[in-house]
Write a protein of this length. Structure first.
Lengths: 453, 321
């Protein structure tokens, strides 16, 4: 594989990151593993004692697990859509962050479904989903679509990695034999020949064209698990687009946070530039406004129509004694904060945008909780049950332990993959995307950077 | 099949089932006997009451003898009892929250006190409306939201109108519980306690025994009893005859004491279905609580303090106003 000077520079710069396994990497990995071990113990309890160890009961049948499922799967869809758009429209500044978006897609589509499995009462019967599938069920649509999406997103990431694997193979890196061999296998004989280049580009374009609508479809199907029931707060025609937008919104936020973390960890300021933060910040602003609009439409029509059952849910959401403060917090954090921080030029800096993104992602997690739990706590018939745990959902420690284990798994994958491939794709870089950091005012003329007079 | 044929079939089966009950108890009384008597022409005539009110005599050889507690095939369990269309009518004017239906149901299905497949709610439709007791079991909807969403076909609709669950297949995703607008379904959050002999039974969707951890269950209209021509335990146990159970094809329902035409009952007493607007088409009809036999307080006074607690909100509002 021949690299131009910019690509060579990018590779040399990142080479130590994948060659060396530093002490702090180990510390993080052990820290994450400890969380996962706690989670595994919680899972053992849940399997041996039954779902009685969770806070879920006959009214609130879905809790934290489903909240996490929607959350992670949402991040995944956003990753695919962002990467797909940046790729298809050949956005030159986007090249360094495409891989990050693709990595996020794959990791979260692995972590997300784990949570829906945790919610299933009989682990031993999961194969029934394939031997007795019922196509009428939105759950079956979800199984099919997520599996398709998983395959698609892995291929999408892999296609984009082939060239880089060829680079790693040819560079004779200072890594164990098995890894060198693995790079060579994964590069599937890519030498940069004209026909290889052409095939790769066509495949990537096709995948990008497939992945964008696929992510939208899969996200809508996820929302239909709720939208297809008759429950107020779920049974809504805007649920499909609402979930697509929510996924994109939270995904852009997570991407900003991931960018910031890698930038700090591996000193990638030259690649993840301020421009990336600003541009993704603008995207976040627009999405936050869109999300706010959807949220408002959803609540406002429900409240104004004030059908009894609808109203019960709205009252629960806005009553300070129940979920009122959480509703306020989620909407402040998820909508108002990202808009204000990006809108004000003074706070439009990488650090501030990252803080806003982080708060927003947390806010959207709470928003998902508010979509799931209050609706389930509001059945059509009065509950009239004296067992408090049947009336009001409150998550138990095994549920929290498994939630944190999921987050730890998510972060562990991020740590490990950054030790296996370069976070910034070296073979895709060109002068334009690389040189942006020099001066944001630089004007591009015929692919050459020209300083303004 | 045109409607008349269905009706005819239903009638024939009703006769068969009723006769079986008579045969099983009066003539044979034992399982071995009822098996061996198959197709042998006997001189024994059995008197039966037809749905038209005529008394007919039939040779016992023409009757379909069934084995008691016969193990049904998966297919039979999913198909249902041929020619039947079960329906229930609940007379709200008669309910005083005696809760005998609940205990009878729990006893028949070996379920603990906390697990209520059948519950009695205290309802108050609006501020000024008078509260009333509202027994509620599975409505066995004709357009069941729970069946629609099951990903593995574990819950199914049978041709006799029942919605049942196959707990050998259920994966416990609880989607059906989220989809049911009537909070009918319950989940086995931990290992259900069952007597040893019940635990070792071969599972049958017709009575949900033995119960299984991590699966969903609910009121099943007791097809194991209706197959034998018996009424569900809740119907039998009710001291006030609140529940009328029967076959829509025969247009007859009974609460054990009196047998009435189903359409006639619904027509005369302004029967309705709960939350009709959801379009689920329940198979349970309610008769409005007009001309009540008991004041609503009667159902509250003799309750256990723990159960009393449940209805506190509505009862206290009542006493203040």
């Amino acid at each position: 594989m021949e690299l131009n000077t910019y690509q060579q520079e990018a590779f040399n710069y990142q080479r130590p990151n994948i060659e060396k396994f530093e002490k702090r990497n180990w510390i993080w990995i052990i820290f994450f593993l400890l969380w996962i071990i706690v989670g595994v113990y919680a899972l053992y309890l849940q399997i041996s004692k039954g779902h009685i160890v969770t806070g879920m009961r006959d009214n609130v049948v879905w809790g934290l697990f489903i909240v996490n499922f929607i959350f992670f799967i949402g991040l995944s869809y956003a990753g695919a859509i962002i990467a797909g758009l940046l790729h298809l429209f050949k956005v030159s500044w986007g090249k360094p962050i495409i891989r990050l978006a693709q990595i996020m897609t794959v990791i979260s589509v692995i972590v997300g479904p784990i949570f829906i499995l945790l919610c299933v009462g009989r682990f031993d019967r999961l194969h029934h989903l394939f031997i007795y599938p019922r196509l009428q069920s939105p759950m079956t649509w979800d199984v099919l679509s997520i599996l398709t999406y998983f395959v698609g997103s892995v291929l999408f990431l892999y296609m984009a990695l082939i060239k880089d694997f060829a680079v790693y193979r040819d560079a004779k890196m200072n890594v164990p034999k098995w890894r060198q061999k693995l790079y060579s296998i994964l590069a599937i004989g890519y030498r940069g020949a004209a026909s290889q280049k052409r095939h790769l580009i066509i495949s990537q374009n096709l995948l990008a064209i497939i992945m964008i609508p696929l992510a939208i479809i899969v996200s809508s199907i996820l929302s239909w698990i709720f939208g297809m029931t008759l429950r107020p707060g779920w049974h809504s025609t805007i649920f499909g687009p609402y979930f697509v937008l929510g996924a994109l919104h939270s995904g852009v936020g997570a991407l900003i946070v991931a960018m910031w973390t890698y930038r700090k960890m591996y000193k990638l300021e030259n690649y993840f530039t301020d421009k990336h933060f600003t541009n993704l910040g603008y995207a976040m602003l627009v999405l936050a406004a869109g999300y706010g609009y959807f949220t408002f439409s959803e609540y406002f029509t429900s409240w104004f129509g004030s059908a009894k059952w609808d109203n019960d849910v709205i009252n629960k959401l806005f009553n300070p004694a129940e979920y009122g403060w959480w509703t306020l917090l989620a909407n402040l954090a998820g909508i108002v904060i990202p808009i204000s921080i990006v809108a004000i030029p003074k706070t439009r800096t990488p650090n501030w945008i990252t803080i806003a993104a982080f708060i927003m992602v947390m806010g959207l997690w709470v928003k998902r909780y508010l979509i799931i739990v209050p609706t389930l706590e509001t059945p059509a018939l009065p509950m009239q049950d004296t067992r408090i745990e049947y009336v009001k959902y409150s998550a138990t420690w095994p549920e929290w332990a498994l939630t944190f284990a999921g987050i730890a798994t998510f972060l562990l994958f991020f740590t490990l993959i950054s030790k296996f491939v370069t976070v910034v794709p070296v073979s895709e870089l060109d002068e334009v995307s690389h040189k942006h950091h020099v001066n944001p005012e630089t004007v591009i003329v015929n692919n050459e950077a020209v300083q303004p007079a | 099949m045109n409607p008349e044929e269905i009706n005819d079939n239903g009638r024939r089966n009703f006769i068969k089932t009723a006769a079986f009950a008579a045969v099983a108890t009066a003539a044979c009384g034992s399982l071995a006997c009822s098996c061996s008597s198959k197709n042998k022409v006997t001189t024994e005539k059995i008197k039966l009451l037809s749905p038209d009110g005529e008394i007919v005599e039939i040779d016992s050889a023409y009757l379909n003898h069934q084995e008691n507690m016969a193990v049904l095939s998966q297919y039979e369990q999913r198909q249902g009892i041929p020619g039947k269309k079960f329906v229930m009518v609940v007379d709200l004017a008669r309910c005083k929250n005696a809760r005998k239906c609940i205990t009878a149901c729990q006893k028949w299905h070996y379920r603990p006190e906390d697990t209520e497949w059948l519950s009695v709610k205290l309802m108050k439709d609006s501020d000024k409306a008078a509260p009333y007791w509202f027994p509620k079991q599975c409505f066995h909807c004709d357009n069941p939201p729970c069946v629609k969403v099951c990903p593995v076909d574990a819950t199914f609709k049978r041709q006799d109108g029942l919605v049942l669950i196959d707990n050998d297949r259920c994966i416990g995703c609880k989607f059906c519980m989220a989809a049911c607008p009537y909070s009918t379904r319950v989940f086995n959050w931990d290992e259900p306690e069952m007597p040893m002999d019940i635990r070792n039974l071969q599972y049958s969707a017709e009575n949900g025994l033995p119960a299984k951890v991590g699966t969903v269950e609910k009121c099943d209209f007791c097809p194991d009893r209706t197959r034998e021509g018996l009424l569900p335990p809740c119907v039998e146990a009710c001291p006030n005859g609140v529940f009328y159970f029967g076959d829509e094809n025969e247009d007859t329902v009974t609460n054990g004491d009196e047998t009435i035409g189903f359409t006639q009952l619904i027509k005369e007493r302004a029967g309705y279905r709960f939350l009709e607007e959801l379009g689920t088409k329940p198979r349970v009809y309610y008769l409005p609580p007009k001309d009540r036999q008991f004041p609503v307080e009667r159902g509250y006074e003799n309750l256990d303090s723990t159960i009393k607690e449940r209805f506190k909100d509505i009862m206290e509002v009542k006493t203040i106003s």
